[in-house]
Design a protein around this ligand. Structure first.
Ligand code: ARG
Length: 465
C-alpha cells in the first residue's frame, strides 16, 4: 500500500483505499512539480512567520529550513523522487521533509492548507515568469528599433485591404509593431499588480484560528499585501485568466507580424530575405526556402487563445470556495508561458538578421498609384474642394491604368487636361520620396520623423540586458 493511502486509512474518515486509477487520475505532481521552488520559498516564509508567533521553536524552524534546503538541492540535481502516491508537489515536498527531519516537518502545515498554498505558489511562479516575459519583449523591442533605424528611409508601399494605398517607410512599418509591444508590456505590468497579492493565510477557505501575521509573510515573499478575503483568495484564478488574455493578445500581434513576414518573403512580394538559419527547405522541391519560424508562431497563437478559453470555462461555474477543478489551471497556464516565451525569443533572435530588399519595395510602391492622395491634396492646397480633387485624380489614375504608367510618368500637358491648377511643381509631390517626406507630423511616416520616434522609444525602453 502506498504512503498516502496508509495516511488515508490511518484517518478515521476513510475505510477504503483510493482506487489505483483514481490515484493516477487525480494526481497533479506530473505537472505541478514545476512550482517546486516557489512551494519551498512559500514554506520557508510560512515557517519563519510561525516561529515569530511562537507556534514553532527556533530549533524546529531551523530544522525545517535545513530540510527544505536539502530538498531544493535534490530537486535541482534531479535526484528528488517524485511520487504519484503523494498526489501533488505540496504533499511530495512535505512528505520528504518529514522523512528527513521527523516531527518538525509535520508541524509545517499548521495554519495553512494546500488551498492557500497552491494559490500562493501559482502567484509566485507567475510573477517570475511575467518578469521573464517582459524582459523578452524588451529584447524584441530593441531588435525592432535597430532594424527600424537601419530602414528609416526605405520606401515601401503601405497597404489597406492589402492593396497598395500610400507610400510609407519600412522603418515606420516596423515601429507600428514596436508600438503594439509597448501596450503588450503595459498589459503584463498591470496584470502583475493583481498577481502580486498574497493568498497565504486564507487556509482552506475561512482563515485560521492561529494568530498568524500575514503582513510579515507577505513581506518575506515580496508580495505587495495580503489578500483581503479568504474565500476569494483560495478560489479565484482570474489573475491567471487575465495573464492568458494578455498573452493571447501578444500572440495575436506576433501572428500578424508573422503573416506579413510570410507574405514579404514570397516571390510575389520579395520585400525581405529571412536568415537561412530560420528557414527550412523542402524535401521534394529543391528551390524552396520556407519561412517556418513565422508560420509556426502564427500557428501557435491559436493554441494560446485556446488556453484562455479553457481557463474561462474552468472558472465560470465554480461555487465558492476552492474546488478540485482548479487543479486544471496549471497545464494551460504553463503551456501559455512556454509558448509565449519561445515565440518572443524566436522573433527577437530572427529580427536582427532580416535583410530588406529596398529595390523591390520601391518598385511595388511605384506600381500602385500610391501618390494619388498626394495629388488630391495638392489640388486642395491650390483651392479645389477635396471631393472635386478626388474626382480629378480618379480620371488621372484611369489614364495611368490605360496607358500602363504611374502618375509621375504622365506629362504635364496630360495632367493639365484634368485641371488647369496643375503646374510643373506637381512632380515634386508625385515622387514617392516627396510623399513620405511631407508626412512629418507626430506619428507620420517621414524618415526624419521615424528617426525621432525611434529615439524617443529607445529613451523610454530599459537598456539592453
Ligand atoms: N493539487 C491541488 C491543486 O492544484 C492542490 C490543492 C488541493 N486541495 C485540496 N483540498 N484537494 O489545486
Amino acid at each position: 500500500m502506498t504512503n498516502a493511502n496508509k495516511d488515508k486509512l490511518s484517518s478515521a474518515r476513510f475505510s477504503q483505499a483510493t482506487d489505483a486509477f483514481v490515484e493516477i487520475f487525480t494526481a497533479s505532481v506530473g505537472f505541478d512539480q514545476r512550482m517546486a521552488q516557489q512551494d519551498i520559498e512559500g514554506s520557508i516564509a510560512h515557517a519563519t512567520m510561525l516561529c515569530t508567533i511562537g507556534i514553532l521553536t527556533k530549533a524546529e524552524r531551523d530544522s525545517i529550513f535545513q530540510g527544505l534546503e536539502q530538498i531544493k538541492s535534490e530537486i535541482e540535481r534531479g535526484e528528488f523522487q517524485w511520487s504519484i502516491q503523494q498526489e501533488d508537489v505540496h504533499m511530495n515536498i512535505e512528505a520528504r521533509l518529514t522523512d528527513l527531519i521527523g516531527m518538525a516537518g509535520k508541524k509545517l502545515h499548521t495554519g495553512r492548507s494546500r488551498n492557500d498554498q497552491v494559490a500562493t505558489d501559482i502567484r509566485l511562479y507567475m510573477r517570475m515568469e511575467i518578469n521573464a516575459i517582459i524582459a523578452m519583449i524588451e529584447r524584441l523591442q530593441h531588435a525592432l528599433l535597430a532594424l527600424a533605424e537601419r530602414e528609416a528611409g526605405t520606401i515601401m508601399p503601405g497597404f489597406t485591404h492589402l492593396q497598395v494605398a500610400q507610400p510609407i517607410t519600412f522603418g515606420h512599418h516596423l515601429m507600428a509593431w514596436f508600438e503594439m509591444l509597448v501596450r503588450d508590456k503595459e498589459r503584463l505590468q498591470d496584470c502583475l499588480k493583481r498577481v502580486n497579492i498574497m493568498p497565504l493565510g486564507a487556509a482552506a477557505l475561512a482563515g485560521t484560528s492561529y494568530p498568524i501575521d500575514r503582513e510579515l509573510t507577505a513581506k518575506l515573499l515580496g508580495f505587495s499585501r495580503p489578500s483581503a478575503n479568504s474565500l476569494d483568495s483560495v478560489s479565484d484564478r482570474d489573475f491567471a485568466i487575465e495573464f492568458t488574455a494578455a498573452a493571447s493578445i501578444i500572440m495575436m500581434h506576433l501572428s500578424r507580424f508573422s503573416e506579413e513576414l510570410v507574405l514579404w518573403t514570397s516571390a510575389q512580394f520579395a520585400f525581405i530575405e529571412l536568415p537561412d538559419a530560420f528557414c527550412t527547405g523542402s524535401s521534394i522541391m529543391p528551390q524552396k526556402k520556407n519561412p517556418d519560424v513565422p508560420e509556426l508562431v502564427r500557428g501557435k497563437s491559436g493554441r494560446v487563445t485556446g488556453h484562455l478559453m479553457s481557463l474561462l470555462m474552468l472558472m465560470k461555474s465554480q461555487p465558492l470556495a476552492y474546488n478540485k477543478d482548479n487543479q486544471e489551471d496549471k497545464e494551460p497556464l504553463f503551456d501559455t508561458v512556454d509558448t509565449l516565451i519561445n515565440c518572443l525569443r524566436a522573433f527577437a533572435d530572427m529580427i536582427p538578421h532580416i535583410q530588406a530588399k529596398p529595390e523591390n519595395m520601391l518598385n511595388a510602391a511605384k506600381k500602385g498609384f500610391a501618390t494619388a492622395t498626394d495629388l488630391a491634396d495638392y489640388l486642395v492646397r491650390k483651392g479645389m474642394p477635396f471631393r472635386d480633387a478626388h474626382e480629378v485624380v480618379g480620371l488621372a489614375v484611369r489614364l495611368g491604368v490605360e496607358s500602363e504608367r504611374d502618375l509621375s510618368e504622365l506629362s504635364l500637358a496630360e495632367l493639365q487636361d484634368f485641371s488647369e491648377m496643375i503646374t510643373e511643381d506637381v512632380f515634386d509631390i508625385l515622387s514617392l520620396e516627396g510623399s513620405v517626406a511631407a508626412r512629418k507630423h507626430i506619428g507620420g511616416t517621414a524618415p526624419d520623423t521615424v528617426r525621432q520616434a525611434i529615439q524617443t522609444a529607445r529613451a523610454a525602453l530599459p537598456a539592453k540586458r
